[in-house]
Write a protein that binds this ligand. Structure first.
Ligand code: SAM
Length: 285
């Protein structure tokens, strides 16, 4: 049953259209938390809404409301407990792997599972993949699980809490040695892997373009860059690819667009897009 339908008769009728039609559930069947956005007029009914959500989704033990957008280098947002126990650490399950994380201390979006699978499905045996901005490890782990013959996945993350969870998640998924966690700033750590990779994943729509030079240099002469970007409707694909093409050219390389797709809406008429580009560097080939 949809939350909005379940709330009929429990909140004023005119507020029903404001009830969110989607929200995030992070965790597993045993224990999960829900995170939702509530518009101002719904705030007096926040507890009723949260309790109804917990009644529909039995695994949810805590409901949090977003207090704003993501901010800062770690891409975190403030959450307020609306109902349930003050649980923040959960084990999320998706596509045959688990991810332990604290929803208040790290970035994680269950909505991006399909995108992770899309990227993971492209990886061929023997590849050496770099995941920049790795968070608690969802892309790196998805890749290593989907392609057990991947040679190595290097995963760089700057938030020490996210990094610690990534280390634990690598163990939980028995991927030690396959996924190599690196704590630090991509600017400082990526040079250790210049010329080493067949593929670079860049899941930081806010600002990944500033790291494209490192991504190109990490490729071993040629390879694929998965670049994420926020852009306006009708412009995002071209702008995103143009950034990759320019970064490649600055290194004496060429870029060819393989695929461009919308990952999710970000704001009215603004989308998070994925740009997959094949980059080839004649001089280093
Ligand atoms: C949008 S989140 C993506 C996390 C993860 N890849 C995922 O999909 O859940 C971006 C991550 O990049 C990290 N980050 C931001 N700037 C960074 C930098 N300069 N070097 C390394 N990590 C960085 C943040 O701490 C955050 O965990």
């Amino acid at each position: 049953m949809r939350l909005r339908d379940a709330l009929r008769g429990k909140i004023p009728k005119e507020l029903l259209p404001l009830v969110p039609s989607s929200f995030d559930i992070v965790g597993s069947r045993g224990r999960a938390v829900a995170i939702l956005e509530l518009e101002e007029p719904l705030l007096p009914y926040a507890k009723v809404i949260a309790e109804e959500l917990m009644r529909i989704h039995r695994s949810v033990v805590a409901v949090y409301r977003k207090l704003g957008g993501r901010s800062g280098e770690f891409r975190l947002r403030e959450l307020e407990l609306v109902a349930g126990e003050p649980v923040t650490e959960v084990v999320h399950k998706e596509h045959g792997y688990v991810l332990k994380l604290d929803v208040t201390k790290v970035y994680f979006s269950p909505r991006e599972a399909t995108e992770r699978q899309r990227v993971a499905s492209k990886v061929a045996p023997g590849e050496r993949v770099m995941v920049m901005f790795a968070g608690v490890g969802p892309f790196a782990i998805a890749i290593a699980k989907a392609q057990p013959l991947v040679e190595r996945v290097i995963a760089i993350e700057i938030n020490p809490v996210a990094y610690s969870y990534m280390v634990e998640n690598i163990k939980l998924n028995k991927l030690e040695g396959k996924v190599v966690p690196v704590l630090g700033d991509v600017r400082e750590k990526a040079p250790e892997f210049y010329g080493c990779c067949t593929r670079v994943v860049m899941p930081l729509p806010k600002g990944a373009y500033a790291f494209l030079d490192h991504a190109v240099k990490c490729l071993s002469g040629k390879g694929v860059i998965h670049f994420y970007y926020w852009g306006a409707e009708g412009e995002a694909f071209q702008q995103g690819f143009e950034l990759v093409r320019r970064a490649a050219e600055q290194q004496g390389c060429s870029a060819q667009l393989l695929e461009a797709r919308v990952v999710s809406p970000y704001a009215p008429r603004v989308y998070k897009v994925a740009i997959d580009a094949y980059v080839e560097c004649a001089r280093r080939g």
